[in-house]
Design a protein around this ligand. Structure first.
Ligand SMILES: CC(C)(COP(=O)(O)OP(=O)(O)OC[C@H]1O[C@@H](n2cnc3c(N)ncnc32)[C@H](O)[C@@H]1OP(=O)(O)O)[C@@H](O)C(=O)NCCC(=O)NCCS
Length: 149
């Protein structure tokens, strides 16, 4: 993800979430050396999806992920997640966590398919609308042991 991608990233973000990130939040991620920020693009750098993740000590967190509505269900999020996990592993991360709305069936299925399992619930974690978060996690492996499920 580059600064010049942000107008497209933020358009997808605003469409996808009720509490989109500010430009400053994306800029902080891009500039943070322990973050992994990726975009999926078509020709002419047309952005169709993005992911932001970060690594602290040996634990990583997927902070946000979205795919443009007309490009969903084609494996874009799967590709972004796999590449982010590969890079997080190479940065020394051993485990990755994420939060997802209880009602977000699409994302929960995606994560389950990638080998994530539920490890907890955060009550009232989300606003607009208020909702619990499911906390999911999986271990990270070297590329030749990557579990795709
Ligand atoms: C969740 C999201 C990122 C998935 O992106 P995507 O590119 O469509 O995902 P993929 O094509 O890689 O899907 C992989 C698998 O996830 C599951 N999945 C994805 N979308 C689904 C849906 N709408 N309903 C049910 N399962 C779904 C399926 O198992 C799918 O595999 P399949 O197509 O072979 O059945 C996308 O729907 C999105 O941007 N949603 C809004 C933002 C969001 O919720 N982000 C996650 C926040 S935690």
């Amino acid at each position: 993800m580059e600064v010049s991608d942000l107008w497209q990233v933020m358009r997808i973000d605003r469409y996808s979430f009720s509490t989109p990130w500010s430009e400053e939040s994306f800029l902080r991620e891009i500039q943070n050396p322990s973050s992994v920020t990726l975009v999926a693009t078509l020709k002419s750098r047309e952005v169709v999806g993005f992911i932001c993740a970060s690594c602290t000590a040996e634990e990583a967190e997927i902070k946000t992920l979205a795919v443009r509505a007309d490009m969903r269900r084609r494996g874009v999020a799967t590709a972004l997640m796999k590449e982010a996990m590969r890079r997080l592993y190479n940065q020394g991360c051993k485990k990755v966590f994420l939060e997802v709305r209880v009602s977000n069936t699409a994302a929960r299925r995606l994560y389950e398919k990638l080998g994530f399992r539920i490890v907890g619930v955060r009550r009232g974690y989300y606003i607009r609308p208020e909702e619990d978060a499911v906390v999911m996690s999986r271990d990270l492996y070297p590329p030749d042991r990557q579990i795709d499920s």
